[in-house]
Write a protein that binds this ligand. Sequence first.
Ligand code: F6P
Length: 560
Amino acid sequence: MNIGLPGHSTGDGRITADGLLESPAWRELCTHRDELAAISTADLFDNNPERGTAMTVECDGVVLDYSKNAITDRTLRLLLRLARDRGLRQGIDAMFAGERINTTEDRAVLHTALRAPSSASIALDGADVVPAVHRVLSRMSEFADRVRSGRWCGATGRSIRTVVNIGIGGSDLGPAMAYHALRDTTTSRVEARFVSNVDGHDITEALRDLDAETTLFIVSSKTFTTVETLTNARTARQWLLGAVGDPDAVSKHFVAVSTNAEEVAAFGIDPANMFEFWDWVGGRYSLWSAIGLSLMISVGSGPFREFLAGAHAMDDHFRTASFDENLPVLLALLGIWHRNFCGAQAYAILPYDQRLALLPAYLQQLDMESNGKSVDRWGHRVSADTAPVIWGEPGTNGQHAFFQMLHQGTTPTPCDFIGVLEPGHSRREHHDLLMANLFAQTRALALGDIDNPGERPPHRSFPGNRSTNTILLPQLNAYTLGQLIAMYEHKVFTQGWLWGVNSFDQWGVELGKQLAGRIHDDLRSDRPPRFDSSTNALMERYRLSRRAGSAEQIVTTDPK
Ligand code: F6P
C-alpha cells in the first residue's frame, strides 16, 4: 500500500518522502506572494465588481464567502495545483477506503463510517464495519429513549433528570460543544453536564445541586486509562454511594463508552452497560460514535441521526466535489496560504452565535492535536510550518476584547466568521444587530476605512488587507452542525495531508502524562527531590503547603 506522495527525487537516485518546498506550485506561490504584496484587497474588489459572488461557494445550504482574503484568481489556481500535485485526491480516497493512514499507530481512520447510512458498506480487513456501527447506534437510541421517557430508573426507582458526561479531550469537547449548540432545539427534561478537569472544582461544581437518585454518569474514554477521567469517575461513584448507600446502585447510575471492555469491567461497570466504539475512531473524531451518548440523550436520537446525516452530506461533498468548489479543500488551501506564505501564526474562529461558544475550544483540539507536528509521515522534520494557534470567542464579545489586535496589531491573523441566518429566538432586533456587526467587521478588516477617505492620524488608520472567510448556515440545527463540524474535520485532514504529517496520532501528549505520574508519586512521599532545581523547589513548596493543609484539617476535625 502506498499512502504517501509520489516522492521527490534528489537526483542521486534516492527518493525522499517530501519535497514540498521544491514542488513547482510551492515555488510559484513564493514568487506570487511577492508580486501580490503591492496589491490591496480594496483594489481587488474595485477591479472586479463581481468578486464577492465569484468567490462564494455553497454546499447544501452552507455558504463560504472567501472573497475577503487578500488573494487573486492566480493564488487560488496555484493552491489548487499544489493540492493536486501533493496527491490530495489519493489521500481522500485512502482515508475513505479505510487504508491505515494513521501509520504510527497502524490504524485506519474511519470516523466517516460512523455517519454512513446503513445501506453503505465499508470494508476494513475484509469485514464490513457499517453493521457494527448501526448496531451500536440502535443500542444507543434504545437506551436514550428509555432515559428520556423516564423508563430507565435509578436505584431508588426515580427517573433520571441529569446525565453527567465524565471524559476529557475528544471524549468531552465534542459532546459538550454540540450540547451547547443544540440544547435549545429540544424540550427534553434531561439536562446534560460535563466534567473533564481533574481539578476537583470541576466535579464539585457539577455535583453541587444534583440529586444522586436522579443522576446518571456516562464515563467516556476511548482508552479507559485516562487519569483525569478515572479520578473523576471514582469521585462520582463515591458521591453516589455516599448518597444512595447500596453498592448495586452503580449499575443503574453508571454507563461507560469505550473501546476497552476489560478496563471498563475492572472499574466496576457492567460490560452490559458499555457502549463500544473502535480503534479506527480517533479521540478528537469520536463525537459521532457512542461518545455522543450524552448528546443523544439530551437532544433525542432523531436529532442525533440528523447530526450524522449532515456530516455524511459533507463527507460526500468533500469526496466528490471538484477542489475549486470544495468547502473543506478551499478552507484548507486558504489556511496554507496564510500560514506558509503570509506568516500567519494564529487563526481565529469567531462564531457570531452564542450557541457555538464552545466551537473554538473544540476546533483547537481538532486542529492543533491533529496537525501540531514537526515530524512528517516519513519520520523527517517537516519542511513547512504546520498548525497555527487556533483560538476565538463568539462575536460580538470578542469585538470588545481582542479585535483591536485583529484590526491594528502586527501579527496577521486570518479569521473565520461564522453566522447563522435564522436565529433560534424571536428577538429580531438582537439578530439584526449581531449580523450587522459580523458584516461590518469583515468589511473593515478587508478594506480598512475606505468609506471615509482622507488623512487620519496613524493611530486612527485602518490598513485593511486582513483576511477573513465568512461562513453562513441557514439555521443552527443538528443537520447543519453536522455539516459544519465535518467541514472542519476535512479541512484539517487536507492541511495535514499537504504538509505531509500524520493528522491522527498525538504522541506529543505522552511525555507530560508520564512525568505527571512520577511527580504525583513524589508529592505524596518523602522521597528526596530528583528533578531539576526549579521543579524540585516548586514541589517542595507544594509539599509544605500540603502538610500544613493536612495538619489544619486534623486540628479542625479532631475534637481532642
Ligand atoms: O491525551 C490526549 C488524548 O489522548 C486525546 O487525544 C483524547 O481525546 C483524550 O486524551 C482523552 O482520551 P480518552 O478518550 O482515551 O480518555
